[in-house]
Design a protein around this ligand. Structure first.
Ligand SMILES: Nc1nc2c(c(=O)[nH]1)N[C@H]1C(S)=C(S)[C@@H](COP(=O)(O)OP(=O)(O)OC[C@H]3O[C@@H](n4cnc5c(N)ncnc54)[C@H](O)[C@@H]3O)O[C@H]1N2
Ligand code: MOO
Length: 395
């Protein structure tokens, strides 16, 4: 029997097939969770002038500790039109431009102002530049601010806008079609006959993909009929990725592999040393990748996390598309493993990660109560409670 492909090698082979789509320039608000296609340089300096970091009065260090004559005001958006002379102060608000001649700010709560003289009651001495944000402190025009491949987060989105980029170049959104298959499957909400079940994998996979910037269509459930599966795969020719679920194993009604072959896809790999998820397959038809996920709901969920979502992130231009592993102590004893890497449903708590008892790959209730998958490499010894393990977050 052919040895199973190692998980890491399978992921590497899949990701090698991913070429990000064309570049499009979009308003930053539409770029969230996408990846920059080119590096960004600041088109302006921030702050463009020295600014006050506090509400108070702009003064000169050499005039400390006052008293001063207040000669005007500088508010955010309304700079003072006069400079500060000797023993003079200008009322200033947070974010307002420091008037010419001033080099520090005294806080409102350290001073008293009765309309006449401004007096200081704080603890001197105050260093030069106190409560002042110097020009260019954040970035200067021309500075490299974001590298290509940077993820657009709420903070990078704000940085792009602040640096003069209301639109940014990102890779286009991948088009993904999800196809779940099986004679027993019935669309959610429709009546069930004996032996039928609601098709939950398709909506689950669509929901997982909906958290990424991509265009997702559900085409299923499709019957265990090779012509029906082929017709559905053919109707999704324009997708960057087809994600199928079910029919990936070795049974008489497991038609995904022959269907992929019938539509002209080259099978890159089938069967990976992982549990759940062993029957996962990957095929390539021209520019399109087809990932055949196993039908067991937990197997579909786990393989989507480890293969399908990383593949979509890679199409979006992510440089590190695989899930992030964290370390923690296991609160439960973990059994030894065989030749397959295992992903065990677990709950992350303050002092460690607790195993959920029922680990059947068909059981949705434990999956829905899990927020972590404990990773157990192949041929691991029993791990006693208290041992350090690695896990990925889910949910
Ligand atoms: N003799 C062997 N049998 C099996 C093997 C094997 O190596 N040798 N592998 C097992 C493993 S591992 C898995 S995982 C399953 C996967 O099989 P399939 O991908 O062919 O999945 P199906 O048979 O179509 O379905 C399995 C199970 O999941 C339910 N299902 C399927 N689709 C959905 C859906 N959209 N929504 C909800 N539930 C779904 C289906 O009713 C079945 O109960 O094969 C093992 N067998
Ligand atoms: O993927 Mo299967 O049993 O390993 O669920």
């Amino acid at each position: 029997m052919k040895p199973l492909l190692a998980l890491e090698e399978a992921q590497e082979r899949l990701l090698a097939l991913a070429t990000p789509g064309g570049i499009e320039t979009v308003p930053v608000g539409e770029a969230l969770d996408r990846y920059l296609a080119v590096p960004l340089h600041a088109r302006r300096t921030q702050p463009a002038h020295p600014l006050s970091a506090m509400d108070g009065w702009a003064v000169k260090q050499t005039d400390m500790p006052g008293p001063w004559k207040v000669t005007g005001e500088s508010a955010a958006g309304h700079p003072a039109t006069i400079a500060i002379g000797p023993k003079e102060a200008i009322r200033i608000s947070t974010g307002a431009i420091l008037p010419e001649g001033a080099d520090m700010v005294v806080l409102q709560e350290d001073c008293e102002f009765d309309g006449g003289a401004l007096t200081f009651h704080g603890d001197p001495p105050r260093p030069l530049g106190r409560h002042v944000r110097p020009r260019g402190q954040d970035f200067e025009e021309g500075d490299a601010i974001l590298g290509d491949g940077a993820k657009v987060t709420p903070a990078t989105l704000a940085l792009a806008i602040s640096s003069g980029h209301p639109e940014i170049p990102v890779f286009r959104k991948p088009r993904v079609v999800v196809v779940d298959s099986g004679d027993e499957l019935v669309k959610a909400g429709e009546p069930l006959s004996e032996g039928q079940i609601p098709a939950s994998n398709g909506p689950m996979l669509c929901a997982m993909l909906a958290r990424l910037p991509c265009e997702v269509t559900l085409a299923g459930p499709v019957a265990d009929d090779i012509d029906a599966i082929v017709a559905t795969l053919d109707s999704a020719k324009d997708a960057d990725l087809i994600l199928t679920s079910g029919g990936a194993s070795v049974g008489d009604h497991d038609l995904m592999r022959p269907a992929l072959e019938k539509v002209g896809a080259d099978i890159d790999f089938w069967q990976v040393a992982m549990k759940p998820g062993k029957p996962i397959m990957v095929g390539q038809r021209g520019q399109q990748t087809i990932i055949g996920l196993p039908g067991n709901p937990v197997s579909s969920f786990v393989t989507a996390n480890l293969f399908a979502l990383p593949y979509v992130r890679a199409l979006l231009g992510a440089r590190a598309p695989l899930p992030h592993f964290s370390s923690a102590r296991t609160l439960s004893d973990l059994p030894s493993t065989g030749k397959r890497a295992e992903f065990l449903r677990a709950v992350h708590k303050a002092d460690g990660v607790e195993l959920i008892t029922l680990q059947d790959s068909g059981a949705l209730l434990p999956l829905a109560s899990a927020d972590a998958l404990i990773f157990r490499p192949p041929f691991s010894e029993t791990a006693l409670a208290g041992s350090e393990i690695r896990f990925i977050r889910i949910g």
